[in-house]
Design a protein around this ligand. Structure first.
Ligand code: HEC
Ligand code: HEC
Ligand code: HEC
Ligand code: HEC
Ligand code: HEC
Ligand code: HEC
Length: 262
């Protein structure tokens, strides 16, 4: 592993040498920064080395700026789902990455040219999922709903319970609703969760988010009454729902029947 690391470093420094004098210093500082972040990351701790991403698996050639393809062999589901959502679909179609400049929704002016890749939400060297779950989103998103999140009880839960390596299942982040977790049973019988990176999956139809997300914690009626209240969505759920869906009696009956059947 030491050997691979020094190979990589040599490669990176060569790259730096190819550009004017200051390029070398930047490359070296970047290498140091990458090593610093990587060392304590889930990758560093699990022996996933620089070469795991920075080396082409077939040609063994050094890759200076790996893409999502370098993640594929180990995180197939994350890559596949990312490419299907609005964030990733341009890459699937062979276009340049999505940037806030292309958006119709309000975006942070400073982020207009930030490219959307695996490196955008969780720095690939730190792979920090906590920062990815809220702070990263708000570096780009600036619509009223997104900004209002900070005023919600959900945000309080997240702030009070931000445990690494993953935000706990009691917290509600932007990602809880928009990049929902799916449970899987591992071969040894234990449960694990993978994150659905398709950021449009839970948007339409709206009841999908109720099923996939809200009902992990709230009752069915509370969830529906919240999610079909446009003002409450805009306010990012800063108070209990005041809506009372007329069709709810039907749902209630169905629910009662289902419970009785159990
Ligand atoms: C999990 C995959 C992965 C691992 C492991 C990894 N890198 Fe990277 N690295 C990337 C990706 C992806 C980019 C491209 C970022 C971009 O272009 O936006 C990158 C970019 C870089 C850059 C360019 C500067 C930058 O931040 O954009 C340097 C320098 C670097 N890596 C060094 C390292 C070193 C040294 C190691 C080992 C300690 C390492 N990387 C481990 C995925 C990885
Ligand atoms: C050679 C296999 C391998 C490659 C390639 C790889 N990873 Fe990982 N990754 C792992 C392992 C092992 C873990 C830690 C165990 C786990 O959480 O599944 C991990 C964990 C993660 C985590 C979760 C971190 C946490 O704290 O829970 C993220 C995010 C991540 N990787 C992103 C990436 C990205 C982005 C790329 C591509 C640029 C990539 N990985 C490439 C093996 C890999
Ligand atoms: C829009 C922001 C965002 C982008 C872009 C993004 N991620 Fe993530 N990722 C997250 C968040 C947030 C979590 C943690 C969510 C949670 O645990 O509730 C996460 C978790 C993960 C995990 C650990 C959970 C799992 O499914 O195993 C892996 C691995 C991962 N991401 C890989 C990737 C890869 C590969 C890419 C690029 C294809 C990518 N991510 C792009 C936000 C993002
Ligand atoms: C690099 C900037 C950037 C980051 C970081 C980012 N997004 Fe996005 N996101 C965008 C852009 C650009 C769009 C497209 C908006 C449009 O077309 O109007 C988008 C679209 C979306 C949409 C779909 C909106 C729609 O109506 O189709 C959702 C939901 C979303 N993002 C949630 C998130 C969440 C949650 C996070 C953090 C985990 C996040 N985003 C991180 C730039 C970003
Ligand atoms: C409790 C769940 C929940 C949380 C937390 C949440 N959202 Fe949403 N978000 C929704 C719902 C519901 C919608 C509306 C879906 C629809 O248009 O049908 C939505 C819509 C959006 C849209 C599309 C807005 C539009 O006008 O089309 C974006 C972008 C978005 N959310 C980003 C975020 C960001 C960023 C955060 C965190 C700062 C966040 N959301 C937190 C549930 C949530
Ligand atoms: C991980 C559990 C969890 C998930 C998932 C979740 N919530 Fe919550 N939600 C809570 C908790 C806990 C509270 C705070 C309850 C309290 O303090 O009375 C809350 C509060 C609320 C409130 C009231 C806010 C207030 O100020 O009183 C609304 C509305 C709400 N949630 C709607 C939703 C909707 C809609 C979804 C799905 C899109 C959702 N929640 C997903 C746990 C969750």
């Amino acid at each position: 592993m030491r050997w691979l690391l020094s190979c990589l470093l040599a490669g990176l420094l060569l790259l730096g040498a190819a550009v004017p004098a200051t390029g070398e210093a930047i490359a070296e500082a970047e290498v140091d920064a990458a090593i610093g972040l990587w060392r304590d990351s889930a990758h560093g701790l699990n022996d996933i080395n620089c070469s795991s991403c920075h080396q082409d698996s077939q040609t063994k050639a050094f890759v200076a700026h790996p893409t999502q393809e370098s993640c594929q062999s180990c995180h197939q589901q994350a890559v596949d789902t990312f490419l299907l959502g609005k964030h990733g679909i341009r890459l699937l179609e062979g276009q340049t990455p999505l940037t806030p400049r292309l958006a119709r929704l309000p975006m942070q002016p400073a982020a207009l040219d930030r490219q959307m890749t695996c490196n955008t939400c969780h720095d690939v060297h730190a792979v920090n999922t906590l920062q990815a779950a809220v702070d990263s989103c708000l570096t780009c998103h600036k619509d009223t709903h997104s900004l209002n999140y900070q005023n919600s009880k959900h945000a309080q839960l997240f702030a009070a319970d931000s445990s690494l390596p993953r935000p706990s299942s009691m917290a509600v982040s932007c990602a809880t609703c928009h990049l929902p977790r799916h449970a899987v049973k591992l071969a040894d019988g234990t449960e694990a969760a993978w994150v659905n990176h398709n950021n449009t999956f839970t948007l339409k139809p709206r009841d999908r988010m109720v099923q996939e997300v809200c009902m992990n914690c709230h009752g069915v009626e509370y969830s529906y009454n919240s999610i079909f209240d446009d003002a409450l969505v805009e306010a990012n759920f800063d108070q209990p729902p005041s809506l009372s869906l007329e069709t709810f009696d039907l749902v209630r009956q169905l629910e009662a029947r289902r419970t009785a059947g159990e």
